[in-house]
Design a protein around this ligand. Sequence first.
Ligand SMILES: [Zn+2]
Ligand SMILES: [Zn+2]
Length: 273
Amino acid sequence: MSVLSSLTPALATIAQQIGHAVEIEFTRYLIGAAGVAVLYWLIQRWIEPRRIQAGKASFADRRREFRRSVETIFVFSLVNLLTFAMFRAGWLPVNRGAPDIGIMVAQIIAMVIMHDAWFYWMHRSLHLKVLFRRAHATHHVSRTPTSWAAYSFAPIEAIFESIYVPVMFLIISHIVPIQPWAAFIFLGHQIARNAVGHSGFELAWPGFTRSPLTGWLTTTTHHDLHHTEGRYNFGLYFTWWDRMMGTEHPKYHERFDAVAVRPEVVTNRVDLA
Ligand SMILES: [Zn+2]
Ligand SMILES: [Zn+2]
């Protein structure tokens, strides 16, 4: 009885913390996925020529992507609990004083580069026959993805997608204590790039993929090609790993140009007529 009565408040605290983590993750997902969906709907008249695929995702597709994403949020929240526990145990030193802009920027860059490397290799592993059906096929049901697919993962993939966070925080915080704003901005950047990458519309300007100034950044076409063909373009934020490992889609530039350059060609034709 005494064990039970001492367990009850502990369980209540854990339940409360899971609830809080779900709230944070759901808000982050909603701002990213719904934010992109609403914004693109508002400007659809202008961006319609930038639609990457000829086909459109159905309402059922969006509903499935949303449902799967909500399941993922629960898994992410459990991993968050682990991160919070590590913070409380003092394993993840945090800067509680005034923010240091230099360290903050350095930490954001480090987090983005580390996440990109983790994602590339984790993602390539998920495409191995032994893992694909169980862990990654759920995400690839979206052949014509929408921003709602940002978290559309099977539970096993959801664990792989989120477990890098506590590990990365552990590494970074032992070099220099984590700046809370660096973590906040990194997590905001992550969902924004994820939602845009699944949006189905290419809004980057012509020449983006070939320019030395911007070609190292992935585009929506980059990830959209991964959803239609699967064998190429495993990267997340940068094209580095795909180019280094020879996994960039051989027609990436042509496919990008077909969407990004076409509207100008069409407009010129209309102007000439
Ligand atoms: Zn995807
Ligand atoms: Zn994949």
